[in-house]
Design a protein around this ligand. Structure first.
Ligand SMILES: Cc1cc2nc3c(=O)[nH]c(=O)nc-3n(C[C@H](O)[C@H](O)[C@H](O)COP(=O)(O)O)c2cc1C
Length: 548
């Protein structure tokens, strides 16, 4: 099934993956879900007070980064990017009694439009204390995907984009958590159906006429100094927590996002085939990954590789066009690449598996580095497999002492990069663009079919890191989900499914669209606004998903 969906949703030079082929504006999905009848708790900081930890992390991971306006049409952007700005990812918080939120334990939906929590479930705080403990201050973030939001535009390929976006969101949460001295990591042992119960997305009675939400993952958030591997999350009695939540008092009905829908059954099929039964923490290769990592490269201390600060997170944007002229110096180029090398720090410590994604780079404009085709191998374990799979006679010349970077072949590959990235000029007009090569069959064999999703998540995490590194370098990146799959493989002489390109990316100097006006994400962040008070929520913005 995985091969059949993956191959069946490839773009070819003469044929795109199946979609409607045009945009049905009447059924454009609302980018914001809300739960009618659920009590609301605003998270925005009160005058003179700081954000709560939960509010701080959500604001800087999944909140609104800006409102844009062009000729009377207005749309929002978020801290996390999304294919087509359609934002299929929804977030839920599961936490114990928390000052400023509730004296009960609860399950909450994050309403990014208002930066508020909608209380879906209140349950007994003593139960929470018994199951999770109060000392650890642990809480959970559940991420889900509404496939319909992406399928509305992209048809069958949309499942892939939902997974990319989920990976971006995982990285965004991990990085925002680190800035709040917390550590967020995906919990591997929760099976899909228990995550669905935890977030309440399996409550069909609350989703009458509302689009289904698909389980993504659950992240545990603990204070940074609490250990992960032997930490409190490993000891949580999942069944007891799910029972406590199920026995709580539920409120709210999910809003409908579109009146009309098209059923893309291929998406339902692949979602079913990749459901995660969960896996014991002890079977994950995390420890192994750490020790491997210890003997790999030492990251340079460079502004580009450091943890970004909050203003940088809000500043992140996708470039719509790149200038096709500017070059970057080798020092910053190497730092951009170093930023995606896994290390025991965010966002990489959010993932429980060792790296499976490697970068095939089309280098166009880097001072001191020849234009050409390069390969960054993010896991030393994969070098031999890549050498065996790449069927062309390349030179495999190491480029820099500090980086697992190889020059495969010199040459001007601007047109090639543009052509394979669905003829998008941004792939040729930057310093470099790249394809993310996933160790495909071997990973699926090792971890089972559900790992198809995780491969995309990892590519999304790499993408998020690149976006932020590009901003830190004073430049700009763009994720590229539209590329011709097999022609990319042909560039490298890859056949079969040992490696598959899952996501593209480009970085350069942006050309701004000066016609657009920009406002901050929330009213209280505008100059002269006196902040808000608890119990008052800003009006719901109207539906205006920007299109690209
Ligand atoms: C998975 C993914 C795929 C994307 N694919 C493309 C693409 O093929 N071409 C493009 O111009 N932008 C692409 N983008 C950029 C989005 O259009 C952009 O993230 C969205 O409009 C929101 O804008 P922002 O990133 O500035 O917040 C992609 C983004 C993501 C996350």
């Amino acid at each position: 099934m995985i091969h059949s969906y993956h191959d069946g949703t490839k773009h070819h030079f003469d044929r795109f993956a199946r979609s409607l082929g045009y945009l049905d504006w009447a059924s454009q999905p609302d980018p914001f879900r809300h739960f009618n009848g659920a009590p609301e708790c605003p998270l925005f900081p009160r005058p003179g007070a700081f954000h709560s930890v939960i509010g701080d992390i959500l604001r800087h991971a999944l909140g609104l980064s800006a409102w844009k306006e062009l000729r009377g049409s207005r749309w929002s952007l978020r801290v996390n990017p999304s294919s087509g700005n359609l934002h299929p990812t929804e977030a839920y918080v599961v936490c114990g009694p928390t000052p400023g939120i509730s004296t009960a334990a609860g399950v909450y939906h994050y309403a990014a439009d208002r930066h508020a929590l909608e209380q879906r479930c209140a349950f007994d705080p003593d139960e929470w204390q018994r199951i999770v403990g109060l000392e650890s201050a642990q809480w959970f973030v559940v991420l889900t995907s509404i496939h319909w939001r992406e399928a509305w535009k992209y048809g069958e390929r949309a499942f892939r984009y939902c997974q990319h976006d989920l990976g971006h969101a995982v990285a965004a949460v991990a990085i925002a958590a680190a800035l709040a001295s917390q550590r967020a990591s995906i919990v591997p042992d929760w099976p899909h159906e228990q995550i669905a119960a935890l977030a309440g997305i399996d409550r069909d009675q609350d989703y009458v006429d509302a689009e289904h939400e698909e389980v993504g993952c659950v992240l545990s958030v603990v204070r940074s100094h609490e250990s992960f591997d032997a930490g409190p999350m490993a000891m949580i009695d999942r069944d007891a927590l799910v029972d406590a939540v199920r026995g709580g008092t539920w409120a709210g009905r999910a809003s409908q996002l579109s009146e009309d829908h098209i059923q893309w059954t291929f998406i339902d099929d692949i979602a079913r085939a990749t459901q995660d039964p969960g896996r014991a923490l002890s079977t994950t290769p995390r420890g192994q990954f750490r020790s491997q990592n210890n003997c790999s490269v030492q990251l340079p201390d460079h502004p580009i590789t450091r943890l970004p600060d909050r203003p940088l997170l809000l500043q992140r944007r996708s470039a719509v066009a790149l200038d096709g002229r500017s070059a970057i110096d080798a020092d910053r180029f190497f730092a951009l690449l170093a930023s995606v090398l896994p290390a025991d720090r965010p966002p990489w410590d959010a993932l429980w598996w060792d790296p499976r994604i490697h970068l095939a780079l089309f280098v166009h404009r880097v001072d001191g580095v020849d234009p050409g085709l390069y390969l960054l191998v993010r896991n030393p374990r994969a070098v031999d497999a890549l050498r065996a799979a790449i069927g062309r006679d390349f030179s495999w010349q190491p480029v820099s002492d500090g980086l697992p970077l190889f020059r495969l072949a010199p040459g001007d590959c601007r047109r090639l990069a543009e052509r394979v990235s669905c003829d998008q000029e941004i792939a040729a007009d930057g310093f470099f663009s790249l394809g993310m090569l996933a160790e495909f069959d071997a990973s699926l064999q090792q971890f089972g079919p559900s790992f198809y999703r995780q491969l995309f998540w990892e590519s999304g995490v790499v993408g998020q890191r690149l976006y932020l590194a590009a901003e830190a370098a004073g430049t700009r990146g763009t994720g590229i989900g539209c590329y011709y799959d097999d022609p990319v493989h042909q560039v490298l002489g890859l056949t079969g499914h040992s490696f598959q390109s899952l996501y593209h990316f480009t970085i350069g100097v942006p050309v701004e669209d000066t016609r657009l006006t920009t406002e901050p994400g929330y009213a209280w962040e505008r100059a002269g606004h006196d902040g808000g008070a608890c119990g008052h929520a800003s009006p719901r913005p109207r539906n205006a998903a920007a299109e690209r």
